[in-house]
Ligand binder design. Structure first.
Ligand code: NAP
Length: 317
């Protein structure tokens, strides 16, 4: 497993990571055996980056399950979590980046994760009410206290990233190293909206929905019924399976087959061809998915391949 640096830092992460938003809800709402099998396979395959959030699963369920199944192996991995998003069954409350909220949220995450430090603590969504200086100062204090090693964010716009890091720099505080945004073969707006700001700030990207929730695994085909026991068969996600997207997927599958490759390989390798991407944090519900995902990351796409893909993929505005 190759590793890459996370932003301008000494933190190295595996190029394939594990997104843990299925834990404590989609799988293992009350047990831990399915998540344990996924995590064990991931660690054995060399995955070091595990991404969760206090808002994933039921009442912090993803963090709780992850904390339980990691056990002693916690120190061998890079544990990333997030704060600021409403929690609880009804997801009530506002997005909150205030000092008071952060100081309580980190203690709750540490307890659920069964650890005394978080490797990467990420500001999940921007709070429109709290000044960025207050948020960055609270985060900087957590770094000084040793509760958090590095800082990141997610869903911030380019100007919000720049504002956060200029504020941090101005006051000599720790800066954000990475951001998460939706980025995959079907959703490429990050390339124009965020990439220049990330490059200028020395930050890197952890794309979320890297497999478009499974659409880019090749298991959803035009004209075929949605496979059972999959995310896209759930009513909430079904609306994401449009004819337009399935048409693009069919063209991408042909592109892959012409080269003796699979769509899953393309999904990982296209993201990793972007030097701004540190790790592809794909989610998984089964250990065999993790094994397939790790094996899919090794295709080195040529300049010609990337140019041809640009013509297959429709421009996005
Ligand atoms: P994803 O990685 O695009 O898709 C994951 C889903 O695809 C899996 O749960 C599984 O679903 C299916 N899958 C994965 N590997 C497969 C394989 N080899 N073969 C067949 N099916 C496969 O979406 P995601 O997990 O939602 O996103 C990745 C991570 O990003 C999350 O886990 C989370 O950590 C993070 N995230 C962050 C934000 C944010 O706001 N910062 C938002 C969303 C996600 P089924 O088995 O159910 O089909």
């Amino acid at each position: 497993m190759q590793t890459r640096q996370l932003g301008h830092s000494g933190l190295e992460v595996s190029v394939v990571g594990l997104g843990c938003n299925n834990f404590g809800g989609m799988i293992d709402a009350v047990t831990t055996d399915k998540a344990a099998a996924v995590v064990e396979t991931a660690i054995d395959a060399g995955i070091t980056l595990f991404d969760t959030s206090d808002s994933y699963g039921i009442d912090g369920g993803s963090e709780t399950v992850l904390g339980q199944v990691l056990g002693k192996r916690r120190k061998d991995i890079v544990l990333a979590t997030k704060f600021a998003s409403p929690m609880g069954c009804v997801k009530s409350g506002r997005i909150n980046g205030s000092r008071r909220y952060i100081m309580a949220a980190v203690e709750d995450s540490l307890r659920r994760l069964n650890t005394d430090y978080i490797d990467l603590y990420q500001y999940h969504f921007p709070d429109p009410l709290t000044p960025i200086e207050e948020t960055m100062r609270a985060l900087d204090d957590l770094v000084r206290q040793g509760k958090v090693r590095y800082l990141g964010c997610s869903n911030l716009t380019a100007w919000q990233l720049v504002d956060a890091n200029w504020t941090a720099r101005h006051f000599g505080m720790d800066r954000l190293l990475s951001t998460q945004t939706e980025y995959n073969l079907l959703e490429r707006r990050a390339k124009t909206d965020l990439a220049p700001a990330l490059q200028a700030a020395g930050m890197t990207l952890l794309p979320y929905f890297p497999l478009a929730s499974g659409l880019l695994t090749g298991k959803y085909r035009k004209g075929e019924p949605l496979p059972d026991n999959t995310r896209m068969a759930l009513p909430y996600f079904r609306k994401g399976v449009t004819d337009d997207r399935l048409d693009v997927i069919e063209r991408l599958i042909t592109f892959c087959e012409d080269r003796g490759r699979t769509l899953l390989e393309l999904a990982f390798s296209w993201l990793l061809a972007d030097p701004l991407v540190s790790s592809v944090i794909a989610g998984a519900t089964r250990p065999e998915q993790v094994t397939a995902n790790v094996a899919a990351s090794g295709w080195c796409l040529s300049g010609g391949d990337l140019a041809e893909l640009d013509t297959i993929l429709q421009p996005q505005v």
